[in-house]
Design a protein around this ligand. Sequence first.
Ligand SMILES: CC(C)c1ccc(C(=O)O)c(O)c1O
Ligand SMILES: [Fe+2]
Length: 302
Amino acid sequence: MIELVDIAYVRSGAADLAGAVRFATEVVGLEHVDGGEPGVAHLRADGRHHCLAFVEGASGVIASAFTVADPGALALAETELETRGFAVRRGDPDEARSRRVGEFVAFDDPFGNRIELVVGQQTLARPVRYGRGAGITEFGHLCLDAPDVAEAHRFWSTTFNARASDWIGDAACLMRIDEVHHKLAVFRGDRPGLCHVNFQVAELDDVFRNWHHLQEHDVVIEMGPGRHPQSGAVFLYFLGPEGLTYEYSYGVRRITDEAAWRPRYFDPAERGSIDMWLGPTQKPVTQPQISSPQLVPEGIHP
Ligand SMILES: CC(C)c1ccc(C(=O)O)c(O)c1O
Ligand SMILES: [Fe+2]
């Protein structure tokens, strides 16, 4: 079994790179870390060098990345995935540099979501220079689409150390890799893609201040403010450029007594199963996976 230590980043294609960066900084509140790399923009939320990278090109998610402990663990993960029949590709040094990691490997999950496993993700020592005072404290979780959520859970919990924290019937599974209620979620969707990226905020007030800010900037609010009964977090989902859905949330549960926790099964048909405040709910817009069937380096897709 491969041990995921943390989430690392999401890498997304942006047809309008400047527009995607403007939104991520001025509206969402992330920092643009100027790496002097033409066509690539890195956005920072916490100690990580970046948790979101936009790459100029077709819109769509390129990869979602997780950290493993060290180069030895990465080599073992590579072998383990190959043994399980996955095609695995080692990133080359230029690609690793662009991701600000020491090494990485890429593979597709059984549903076609491109996943990268990384080691040596760069940390920046200086405080984050947030684009605005949204109250962001950290990159909270990422949510992928898959047509069969139970099968996705089986994959993530047998190949990796992900554990189901809660289920929303066959519509979604929220999985933890540490004490945080979930750092990975899977939502039922016909095609592979990124359902949303989540940023935690410091205070309940931040969620509501951000709600007003988004409305003043004519941003499409997809859901919320509301409260998820699963993590207990107060949430707000909104749609950014390039079809990327962002979520702010405050107050996510921590599961500190691992042995005592039992996943709960919420009925998606019950009003309140997604929002305890009974607001209107809908599936967030998914950013489709850019198809790269051959696991070849970026830029040389046939
Ligand atoms: C609607 C999605 C899958 C969802 C459900 C619950 C939580 C939570 O408990 O925090 C989320 O963050 C979600 O994204
Ligand atoms: Fe979420």
